[in-house]
Design a protein around this ligand. Structure first.
Ligand SMILES: [Zn+2]
Length: 292
């Protein structure tokens, strides 16, 4: 595929409206808008290296972090694959910024390494400054294996989906504005544009849970199920999956585009929703297009 991706990016460039995009030089933390930095825990509350499943939850934030547990990178991991996936996490974070899918340190991305490990964006570090070797490696229980940096607070959501879907090799989570608008309405994005079929017959909404919790991961995994490549997170944002992190990013871009078209159509009229049979055909067709 790639055509749709190019179509969208070229459209954005032509219209000169790369939403939220800004020159990477001169980027400062002052431009970070959210007062509650999402995708990371409040400073001083991180409890990395805990070695406990689901350790990154508000419920167990305490003034005295648990004793760190040291883990080592398993011999079974392919070091070339690990390096490539870490680089892909870095590249995807920068792309998320450049395409206006997130701002500041918001959102996060991950890639599966081997069958049972995941590299995921670090918490609270500007995307442009992340070094590939610092990208945290965790297992499928969200336990930190390797990095001096804390994994994203949303790591349990990523690992919940990886545990459920063997076909998923990459995940992207953003607060992209149009998709988040429908998330705040608790309203699925319907098939008013044919590209929605990248996500499924619609983009469903996972019920609200506090960010960073196992409950949010469970809600997202249940909503995405086996048949969707994206879901909205109520009052929060959007989660997309793919066979690779690049595929998940592409779907995140398309979901935001479809959300924008749906929003605009609703603003001046009532959008026509494609018939179920046609959406089903598109879903099948896009599935066969995918080379990743
Ligand atoms: Zn988030």
């Amino acid at each position: 595929m790639g055509d749709a991706y190019l179509l969208i990016t070229n459209l954005q460039k032509k219209q000169g409206e790369c939403i939220g995009a800004r020159p990477r030089v001169g980027f400062t933390r002052q431009l970070i808008l959210p007062t509650v930095r999402h995708g990371s825990l409040p400073r001083g509350s991180e409890n990395r290296h805990t070695g406990t499943a689901g350790s990154i939850t508000p419920a167990n934030l305490s003034p005295s972090p648990p004793t760190p547990t040291t883990m080592t990178i398993p011999d079974t991991l392919d070091s070339d694959e690990l390096d490539a996936k870490r680089q892909a996490v870095v590249d995807t974070g920068v792309e998320m910024l450049e395409q206006g899918l997130t701002k500041g340190t918001g959102g996060n991305a991950s890639a599966r390494v081997g069958d049972d490990y995941v590299v995921v964006s670090p918490s609270g570090i500007p995307y442009e400054t992340i070094e590939p070797e610092d990208v945290p490696l965790v297992n499928l229980e969200a336990e930190l294996i390797d990095s001096d940096l804390d994994p994203s607070a949303e790591t349990p959501m990523h690992t919940a989906v990886y545990r459920q879907r063997n076909d998923v090799g990459g995940i992207v989570h953003t607060h992209s504005p149009y998709a988040s608008t429908f998330a705040s309405l608790s309203e699925p994005i319907e098939a008013s544009h044919y590209l929605i079929a990248y996500a499924g017959d619609k983009v469903p909404v996972a019920p609200y849970e506090t960010y960073g919790t196992e409950e949010l991961g469970a809600a997202a995994a249940e909503t995405i199920g086996d048949q969707y490549n994206a879901c909205l997170l109520e009052n929060h944002g959007v989660l997309t999956v793919g066979e690779t992190i690049e595929g998940a990013f592409e779907t995140a871009l398309i979901v935001e585009y479809c959300a924008r078209i749906h929003y605009q159509a609703r603003a001046i009229g009532e959008p026509t929703i494609l018939p179920d049979a046609e959406v089903d055909r598109l879903v099948e067709r896009f599935a066969s297009y995918r080379t990743h």
